[in-house]
Design a protein. Sequence first.
Length: 766
Amino acid sequence: MNQESPAPSRVSRRTVLRAGVALGGATMLSLPALPADAATPTGWIRLAANGQTDYRVYVASSEDAVVHQAAKELAQYLRSITGATFQVVSAARPPAGHLLAVGRNNTLAEQLARTINYDALSDDGFALRTLGDSVLIAGASSRGTLYGAYWVLDRLLGVRWFGPDQTQIPHSRDLAVRMSDLNGDRVPRFRFRCVLAGDADDAAYRQHNMLNGRRDQYWTVPRPKGIDTWSGYWPEEREFSFTQVVTDQSLWYGGQLKAMDPRTREEAADALVKIIRDRVANGEDKSAPFFQEDRGWTPDPASQAFADAHGGALSAPVIDMVNDVAARVRKQIPGARLETQAYQFSFEPPTGIKVSDDVVLTVAPIWADFGRSLFSDANAEIGSNIKTWTGLAANIVLWDYITSFSAYILPFPNWWSMCESIKTIAQYPSVQGYFGEGPWNASGTELTQLRVWVISRLLWDPTLDADALIHEFVNGYYGKAGPAVYEYLTVMRQSMLDTGTALPCYTTVGAGYLTFDAMRRADALLGQAEQAVQHDDTLLRHVRALRLGVDYVILVRANEYAQTAAAEGVAWDPDLANRAKRFEIELKASGLTQYTEGGGSPDDLLSIVRVAGVPATPPKAAQGLPASDWIDYQEPSLKLYAPVTTLVQDDAASNTYTVRMPGNVSDWGVQLPLNQLPRQGSWKLYVSARAETGSADPNAAGLFVGVYPATGSVAVPVSTLSDGQYHELAVPGTYQNEGTLTLYVAPPKSDAVGAVYIDRVFAVKA
């Protein structure tokens, strides 16, 4: 990424030393220790020489706290880089001398006003200008000015905020910046930019990387006054789903609302008017979300008829309702805006209807294969739907999924595909926002900082080289271990591609790309990475946190890998005893708070790992079959939702462990995404289960099993389970590898059933 510039005049080329690099061709120079009166190279501004500076940072006293924060941080980091003291001057008028002026409310900005079109800078853009030897950093908004200061520090001077706990600062007592880099406008491609992840909760970390979104739990994260400035483009998601806004249950139907009923629209408009007025009274913008419940919809006849008239898409009545409600709200509150979703049942675009310009549409392709671009052949239908939406709505936020919600430490090789998706959606002007949902309710997760850092830069400038960004991050965050970490990333991604494994956002440890060969190579590479940084505690901690995911996979699948090694004649010693000890130690050191979206403490994860080492007896339905004709999915390979599920010992279970669920709940506590089935062939699915039925009605449901969304819930009667023994329950139908399908098991929500126990799920080739 280093770019050579023409040799500066008046300074011998061999006396000019590189001290850093910034993206986009911007370059800074480290000058030799020149006398104070020595000439600065033509076309450059010298900020410091031999640890001294003639510059002061000026901010008008009338500017708000955000602009003052921009000035303060600019001075602080310049001192950290050069050792020179850049005095911050806050006054009504600027002092004489060389200045770095921050903000637009000063005489320097007034003199340069005719050269700056602030309207063209949008929400977060800023202008850089020089006047003589002074520099102006001025945004259209205070947040834009803040980002201007961060841009200079990051893109021009080489400061890198790789993680909340790691900032890389170059050091150079002699510093100059090319004047051409200090003249121009910078505007982000996306107006709204947010990555939701527990490891990115720190508000300063997100703002330093110019991520302007405040969403979900970010409302509760402490936000210092000087950086408490966030985009209002995407209406904030709080408690404003359909049934929370429309509380009259006579207007509810099939899991959502009676979308075409005038009473629904009237009540929604009245409620949203009150919500928005309350927001305005609290100093917030005139907007609110109005989005579907996070479940399916069996529409009422009128809504179904409207959908049938618009291509059969259930999004049609939703969009028509929200358009109407937005218009009603704007009659009472001019300029008000709503947000709604194209998600799950409403993801398919309608025909013959568009989204109002007063509505921001969230497009959420949750069923995608995230190991490939959203617009790849593997996601052909999803990509086509997104493209269609871009022609139907003027304001779109893409909701992306960038982790495995089934196992937050699992190697999840979307590192390049997420970049490809961003680069492609950037080609559609109506897509104005991006929201990447990572491990939102956990810390200590897999490669979150890499994703945050790379995504943040692409959301500002999608033309950047994604691979170069990934290289830069791993070399900065892992130091000398960077090359081995980068090769590890390529091994995991290539295995996913070679095996043709899809990468849904609920990928589990049983996924097909986690092959014996790939994990053996990954283990060796991260072992090399540890050796490379063994004398640096910070870098070693970063590498060991990454290695947790590899150890997790190997510990869970050790029996399978041992069989593969023997069959292939490969000498392999996984050193399971020491690996398990290391895993437990590093798990505690990593700060992991929970390992799945649904819950699960680190202690629960340790239990899963211990269970994985216990061999299982084969099921009756698979006896006599070759190993290639059946597949066992024990507890470590299943999605288990805490606190509904508990892993307990049971001598009657195939591996002496089972999953317990209380009978008086209805949650889909045990799930198996069918992308875990082999890519070839059709398969018959079975669930091995028992129940504590007591005196329950023999004809009542003892548990429910189904494949969503292919089948409805099938009730297994108490009479089948009343003997307390495990039964191999056949799931209706045959199935293939399909990322949109999930097998689930749920208790009956009955106090008469004490508990339901799931020993295993297994598949037999049809």
